[in-house]
Design a protein around this ligand. Structure first.
Ligand SMILES: [Zn+2]
Length: 283
């Protein structure tokens, strides 16, 4: 162990939050597979889509089972996508990174912040993979999560949380309005000029949700600028590689989601370093 009781406790917490993240990843795989088809994420229990083989508890251990089963169903041998352990590893890593970013000492309010933003990241990773595959963002992962962000931020505010991304509860409401409003205005303006929808309403609801968890300023403008930058960079690479036109359909949701994660971890550092005139927002 680490030599001091505080160090040992911290190490145990780091292991625990990683395991919780892996378990969240496992559940997120179920959400990604079932939500776009409007199937329940609770019932029936996980089974092989090819042969119906019921997945036993020891075949459902994040990452480990995929390796032990050598990526094949034990009933029929159908290949299990590497996306499953990838999402589990991603959530395990993000949970650990969130703990290290938000929790200086494991007090109740700090662990509350970790839990709230783990849920936030869970929603963002889920909407990313669903949007890439189906070009939709489920309401459960966007507009329905606005009250979760609002009441979560409120609980942290009243609980005295003062770590990274701490804010007054009102900021959450402004964030949801600003996030949804700015994209709604963009769609409206674009429609007036070009008579086409610039983006989907899923993106509007997604940014409203992100505003509820992160506040209005500087989160919403930061995410918009970052998402446009990432989207243009990826769009250009795809145009060059495929030789296609600009019309290649690339969903915008994943860029918004990635920018939200970047803001959560690096937003304050980026703004303090690169936009010092804006760092007054951090007091
Ligand atoms: Zn099978």
């Amino acid at each position: 162990m680490t030599g001091t009781p505080e160090g040992d406790l911290d190490l145990l917490f780091q292991i625990w939050v990683t395991l919780v993240g892996l378990a969240f990843g496992s559940f997120l795989n179920v959400c990604i597979a079932r939500m776009p088809e409007d199937r329940s994420v609770a019932h029936p229990p996980s089974h092989c889509p090819a042969c119906g083989h019921k997945i036993r508890w020891y075949e459902n251990i994040p990452v480990v089972s995929w390796v032990v089963l050598r990526a094949r169903c034990s009933g029929c041998g159908t290949r299990i996508s590497p996306l499953y352990p990838t999402i589990e590893l991603m959530m395990g890593a993000l949970s650990l990174l969130l703990y290290r970013h938000l929790v200086e000492t494991p007090t109740l309010e700090n662990m509350g912040a970790w839990a709230l933003y783990l849920l936030f990241v869970f929603i963002l990773v889920g909407s990313t993979f669903i949007d890439i595959r189906h070009y939709i963002i489920p309401d459960e992962f966007s507009i329905f999560a606005v009250p979760v962000g609002f009441f979560g931020v409120m609980a942290l505010d009243f609980g005295g949380y003062e770590g990274p991304n701490a804010m007054a509860w009102q900021s959450s409401a402004y964030g949801a309005l600003a996030g949804g409003g700015v994209l709604l205005l963009t769609i409206g303006a674009w429609w007036l000029v070009r008579r086409v929808e610039a983006m989907g309403f899923g993106d509007v609801k997604l940014l409203a949700m992100m505003g509820a968890f992160l506040g209005a300023a500087p989160a919403v403008p930061f995410i918009l600028v970052m998402a446009c930058f990432l989207g243009s960079a990826v769009g250009l690479v795809m145009m060059v590689r495929r030789g296609g036109g600009l019309s290649t359909q690339v969903p915008f949701g994943p860029f918004l989601a990635a920018s939200g994660v970047i803001y959560l971890f690096f937003g304050e550092a980026i703004i303090r370093n690169w936009l010092p005139t804006w760092s007054f927002v951090y007091g």
